[in-house]
Design a protein around this ligand. Structure first.
Ligand code: ZN
Length: 160
């Protein structure tokens, strides 16, 4: 066994004197260097008490069984949840703020709060079917703003 000092290439042919890659004079490799290094056997990854899990956690198993019948194979929390009520609430909320100077802003704001609260209640009861909680919250907040401001302007006009 010979070894090249430049590129560490080893050659089994002892008759070879020069490296075939770079032409350096080959050294006689010490016998220990020729041996393949052995590491200890691979560490068992389960030894820290983490059992291999062939099944998902119990919480998820019930949901996965429900999926095919209830949602027709479509996963829950899909994008096509019913968001019509939250959108109505948000639109009413925007209108109530825009029309807050007029008395009509008060009932529109009230409508936004009611529809928004209903939308949030629907999503809490059946989150697989109803979505748009953020829109509904926006509707409730804007509706409340329109309602309060509308009442404020109404009182202001009444006094004036
Ligand atoms: Zn070499």
């Amino acid at each position: 066994m010979k070894i090249c000092p430049q590129c560490r290439q080893s050659y089994d042919d002892d008759g070879l004197n020069f490296c075939l890659n770079d032409g350096s004079v080959l050294n006689q490799a010490p016998s220990s260097e020729a041996k393949t290094m052995y590491f200890e056997a691979a560490r068992k990854t389960t030894e820290y008490g983490v059992a291999p899990q062939s099944q998902p956690p119990a919480v998820w198993q019930g949901q996965q069984q429900m999926q095919p019948q209830q949602f027709g194979g479509v996963a829950p929390y899909a994008v096509n949840r019913d968001k019509s009520l939250p959108i109505i609430s948000l639109l009413l909320g925007i209108f109530s703020v825009l029309l807050m100077c007029f008395v009509i802003g008060v009932p529109i704001g009230l409508g936004a709060i009611i529809t928004g609260a209903l939308a949030i209640k629907n999503e809490n009861n059946d989150p697989g079917r109803f979505g748009g909680r953020g829109l509904a919250i926006g509707g409730v907040v804007l509706g409340a703003l329109g309602l309060v401001a509308g009442l404020f302007f109404f009182i202001l006009y009444s006094i004036g």
